[in-house]
Design a protein. Structure first.
Length: 343
């Protein structure tokens, strides 16, 4: 009897101990573990950085793929359409080449002196100067700067451009607006230019002929109707210079020419862009005075030869430069129309 009672007591103790142990294990399994996350203020949301990142991938004129984190804030300009686009967007380039648009009053004026300066030549800019500016993007010109891509690879992507008509100039402005987060500014600049352009197209008498010519000496070229400037002028006035079969000169649609051929059409107005390569360089119109054919041109006889700013007419290529070209050309050819033009 005692043995049976002892056995039953032992079983009871073991049962109680087992229940106690099971209860503790269950408590450990269900106990909440403190989190190490940081509380966010009301109204704020935590985002993954990868989700926040915005990139743009595109191909330039050379077919080179470029990928950029947006918005781009630091742009170096090897060509003037870059300067033109940035000023239209209300931005400043981190570096520019000498002798370009930046110092012109319609662009950065006196503030241009505070921009980073890229030494060397237009064809061979100083890469160290570009590197010191630490750009996120570099804009270069087709037919001139493609060979710099490898040297610039460790600095920033090189975006090669070359607008051949007004629409392509506008498209570049819009693309730069997207890259820099300035799409509304790009839209406003586009509309300003188109208002001016459409006004001239609608109101111009188109009874004056014109020619834009360029050079550093008497071996000169012209902007045909296949060039950016020529195609624009052809829409607001008589411009009897058909596009060549092959592009050439300082931009697409340019071609070498002669005074004999100019005399065949004998334009009412000549717009002359002189490339200066030294302090003693003379304007192209003065150099031509030694050629007897020069004095036979009606534009020369009637004092309608206009030396224009090469940085704007020959190199600008953007919507602000094109607007200036329209204003200057129309003010010479049709002053009555110019006085009423959209400003």
């Amino acid at each position: 009897m005692r043995k049976r009672l002892a056995t039953m007591f032992l079983i009871f103790v073991i049962f109680i101990a087992g229940c106690s142990s099971g209860s503790q294990d269950k408590g450990r399994e269900t106990q909440a573990v403190p989190e190490t996350t940081t509380e966010q203020p009301a109204g704020e949301t935590t985002h993954n950085k990868a989700e926040e990142a915005s990139t743009e991938t595109f191909k330039d004129l050379t077919g080179t793929e470029i990928s950029l984190d947006l918005p781009v804030e630091k742009v170096a300009c090897l060509t003037e359409i870059c300067v033109d686009a940035l000023v239209e967007l209300g931005l400043k380039p981190v570096a520019v080449t000498a002798g370009g648009l930046a110092p012109e009053p319609e662009f950065y004026g006196e503030e241009a002196a505070n921009l980073g300066q890229i030494g060397g030549s237009f064809f061979e800019p100083n890469l160290e100067d570009i590197s010191l500016a630490a750009p996120e993007l570099i804009i270069g010109l087709e037919g001139t700067h493609e060979g710099l891509r490898d040297g610039l690879a460790s600095i920033a992507p090189l975006y090669i451009v070359q607008p051949k008509n007004v629409q392509e100039s506008i498209e570049f402005l819009e693309h730069m607006g997207k890259l820099t987060g300035r799409t509304s500014e790009a839209e406003e600049a586009k509309n300003r230019f188109l208002d001016k352009f459409n006004y001239y197209k609608e109101h111009s008498p188109k009874d004056q002929s014109a020619l834009a010519m360029y050079g550093s000496d008497v071996n000169f070229g012209i902007d045909t109707a296949g060039s950016l400037v020529g195609s624009m002028l052809a829409e607001v006035t008589d411009y009897p210079w058909p596009a060549p079969e092959a592009d050439g000169g300082h931009q697409a649609g340019g071609m070498a020419y002669s005074l004999e051929k100019v005399l065949e059409n004998d334009p009412d107005h000549l717009f002359v862009e002189t490339f200066m390569f030294g302090p003693d360089a003379k304007p192209l119109s003065e150099q031509f005075k030694t050629n007897p054919l020069w004095s036979k041109l009606s534009s020369v006889q009637h004092d309608r030869v206009h030396e224009v700013r090469t940085s704007v007419w020959a190199s600008g290529r953007g919507t602000r430069s094109l607007g200036i070209i329209l204003d200057e050309a129309m003010s010479f050819m049709y002053p009555d129309v110019y006085e009423k033009a959209v400003e």
